[in-house]
Ligand binder design. Sequence first.
Ligand SMILES: [Zn+2]
Length: 714
Amino acid sequence: MKISAISQTNLIIFILIILNTLMIFFRFQKALFSSNIIKMTNVLATTFNTKYNTAPFSLIKMEDYHPAFYHSISTAKKEIDEIISNSEEPNFKNTIEALDFAGETLNRVQSIFFNLNSAETSDELQKIAQEVSPLLTEFENDISFNEKLFHKVKSVYDKRNSLHLSTEQITLLEKKYKSFTRNGALLPDDKKEKLREVDKELAKLSLKFDENVLAETNKYTLHITEEHRLKGLPATAKEAAEELAKSKGLDGYLFTLDFPSYYPIVSYVEDRELRKEMSIAYGKKGFQKNEHDNQDVIKNIVRLRHYRAELLGYDSHAHYVLEERMAESPDKVFSFLNDLKEKAKPSAFKQFSQLTAFATETDGINELHKWDGPFYSEKLKKSLYNIDDELLRPYFQLESVLKGAFEVANKLYGLNFKQVFDIDTYHKDVRTYEVCDENGNFIAVFYADFFPRKGKKGGAWMTSYKNQYVLNGVEERPHISIVCNFTPPSETKPSLLTFGEVTTLFHEFGHSLHGMLSKVSYPSLNGTNVFWDFVELPSQMLENWCYEPETLALFAKHYLTGEIIPQEYVEKIKETSNFLEGLATFRQLSFGFLDMAYHSKPQEIEDIKAFENAVIENCSVYPEVKENCGSTSFAHIFAGGYSSGYYSYKWAEVLDADAFAYFKQNGIFNKEIANKFKDNVLSLGGSDHPMTLYKKFRGKEPTVDALLKRAGLL
Ligand SMILES: [Zn+2]
């Protein structure tokens, strides 16, 4: 998953919390003393009787989960109670450290359960997820709203300068303290009450926003009976549309606003009117002055977020969010976005002219509209490069690519991967590896689950089954997993990947290295538990190796002949990766600016559309479409977790390009640079501020130059 493999578990919990607000009945109050609790706590406990203490997947039964959650929550509560009732004066060890280790049993139960709910789900598992999520929310609230616990934490925080703490300990202390204050712990009771109301209201509004977008998406269909109108559409998209029509008892082809149905129409169909119709339908979700209109919902969300931030003592919602980001402040984000915009501008306009000239030459179109962009981009790309997935696949057999990724990790960080068959898995397709360092010391368990199947969510992600930490002087090593949906093997061919799948594998593997090489003391700071705009650095940086001839020579070999991928293809892969990058950058920047504009100052927005137009004017190239509004379906910021965070897509690219440039200058397998990255970034997780870690590795703050150069924008 490109967007964030931050924590699948957290994302799912977040979604479930929202769902939960709709649940009227608390359906799950039994089983606490049920007779199978003893059996079950053995199966889903902290310590398993297995190799490396790995999860005993094949022994877990559905009926184990309920009691396991009850038991581990009650254990965690006891651990918290012990902290509160401790008669000693609060200190770092008996309060902050104890708090971080409280609930480790629950952590493991949750990670096993929610990871399986993503990778191998079933109706039963989903039902359990709905039932346990209120319990988990309640437990979380019990901690973050616990005044006695906060007083203990605060008393340690207040004397922090006299405690002689290490950097990691200070980071942990601040993190714990903030987890209370950012939820209103310092407010008087009446304001606390107000904050709870605002939070409830905001949860409802976000849900409403999503429901409106979904309703508008589902409401629309496009029925085409004349086949000739679909000229240009790829066969797979056409077949899917035909099947959909059939399932509704219709002739011909049926299209919807779901991305896999909508996108091929605007990208490939020759019929310009058809593209226009679909594009406009897609762009007016939540903007039709009907019962699903999102304009007022946005106004309320923006107003309440600002009010909430002010209650907590912040200048704006963006200030509140960015306090826990590498970028730190709205000013810094704005200057980042502006800098990139100015530098990308010349090539964005040049590429737009190039695309327009191509459309004029091809079809006599002089003014390019939104519904022409993707279509002529695809055509131009084909005419310039004439390279496609099928041509490249034979060079990317999964086994070989995976071996290549392992070899890269070996050359950079001295890791050795050995496939083993005595670690339990949840499905026969899951492979398991023992990972050791160059001295043979055990580093991690690595799980890899590559092919799609019923019960697995789409996309790709990295996750963990066990944290890395040190407890009572004993170091626990992590269990890391990647889950993907790659092209499976067929009866006649092994799994042959597209180049996109190759970079995805390296991406997720990059996150895995962050998890596997972790070397911190406290569980909440381990591995990928870093600020959000820092988490994609290790993953995106590793993708860079896929474009290097030196790396490709390691694994990109024809699966039948063993021939190394031709240099000409390598060049084309590089060139296509930058194709029309200026326009793509402009588009991402416009979303980033819009997000920041809504959240960085108090707003009384009269007209959503006018507000949006004013903000994105400077990074728009297509003529305005009056029926459309981007904000009213911008779910990332109004219903997802991306408010004041959309910039982080580009931010992460800047970081990874800047970091990789350092390798490139010194050799992509330079041991010294690799060690600096390992020692200052990969192994330190969230134990220090990301800018500090980055500067220790790189010797300076990142600049946008390397990205501009890589993307051909200079
Ligand atoms: Zn990622």
